[in-house]
Design a protein around this ligand. Sequence first.
Ligand code: NAD
Length: 366
Amino acid sequence: MGTEFVYAQPVKIYFGEGCFARLGEVLAELGVQRAVLVCGRHFAPEAEAMAADDSRIAAVFPGVEQNPQLSGVRETVRLCRETGADAVIGVGGGSSIDTAKFAAAVAPNEGEALDYYRGLRAFDANSRLRIVAVPTTAGTGSEVTQVSVVSHESEKKTINHPAFMPSAAIVDPRLSATVPPRTTMNTGLDALAHALEGYWSRNHQPIPDLKAVEAVRLVLENLERAYRDGSDMEARANMAYASLLGGLSFALPKTAACHACSYPLSELYHLPHGEACAFTLDSFVRVNADARLEELCRRAGLKDTEELAARIRALKALGGLRTRLSELGEVDIPALAAACAAHPLMNNNPVRLDDKRLAAMFEALR
Ligand code: NAD
C-alpha cells in the first residue's frame, strides 16, 4: 500500500448496554476525586440522584440547551473552581459533552471562558481537567473527538484542540432509549454525515475509511427502526455504535462542505445541528460522487451514489425534516452561499466549491 498516514485514537471507550453503571470504576481508574456533572434537562433528576449517592460528584450543572451557549461553560467553570474539581463528566448529546470539554480546558487555568473563546488565551492540553464523555444521543461522536462547538451571542464556533480530548467515553445505548423520534432522526443523519464527510474529506485516511463504511451501513440499516420504535434496543445499540464509528471517521480527516454549510444554516435559521447537516447531505453526495464514493456505496450494500442520495432523502421525509429553503423563512441565497463558501471546512471538500456554485445548489433547494 503506497499511502502514508499517522493514526492515533487516545480515548478509552467503554461500550455496551448498561455500561453506564461502570462510571464509578472509570472515575477510580482515572483517579478522580471530585467531578462536576454537566447535562441537559432530560437527565437532571438522575444527575441529582447520582450526586446524592456518590460523593465524588461534587456538583451538577443541569442547564445545557441545544446549540450550547458559552454562559453554560462559564457556569460549569465556576462550579469546577468552587468545588476544586479534577474532572468534568458530560452526560447528554453533543451539547452537554461539548460544554463539559470546554469547561474542563478552562477551569484549572487563569482567565475566563470568553478569553479562550475569543482566542485571547490559548488552551493547554497539559493543563486541563479530566473529561468523561457519556453520549445519550446517537449522532455527534463528540465522545471521541477533540472538538467543542459552543455559541456566544449569534456566533457558533467550532474549536479543535487536544485539550478537549476525552479521557474516557462511556457509550451505553440504553441512555438513548428516551430520545424523541425527531431528534433520533436529526442525530442519526448527523452520524451519517460524519462518516461520509470523513470519507470524502481531502485528508481521508485508510483506518477512518473502514469505520466510515461500517457507519454508513449501520445507519442505513437501523435509523428507520430506531425512529419508528425508540425502545428497539438492537437498533439503538447499532445506532450508538454507528455514531461512535462516525466520530472516529471524521476525528482526524475532519468534515467538509456539508458541515461548512451547517453552521450558517444553524446560525441564521436556527436548525438543530443534525437537521442542518441533513439539509445539504444528499446534494453533496451528488456533487462529490466519484469512484471512491461509488466504492463506499457498494461496500455499504448500496447500488450507487444515486441510491445513497435517495435513501437520505427518504429518511428526511420520514422524519419530517425541513428540505426546502422556503420552509426556513426569508432566505438571501447569495448571502447564505457566501457564508458557506467562507467557512474553513469548505477547503476540506474534494470538489472545490465557490459561492456561485453553492448559490446554484441552494437555488435548487429553494
Ligand atoms: P443535543 O445535545 O443538542 O440534544 C438535543 C436535544 O435532545 C436536547 O434537548 C437534549 O436535552 C435532548 N436529549 C439528549 N439526550 C436525550 C435523551 N436520552 N432522552 C431525551 N432527550 C435527550 O443534540 P446533539 O445532536 O447530540 O448535539 C448537537 C451539538 O453537538 C451541536 O452543538 C453540534 O454542533 C455539536 N457537535 C459536536 C461535535 C463534536 O465532535 N464535538 C460533532 C458534531 C456535532
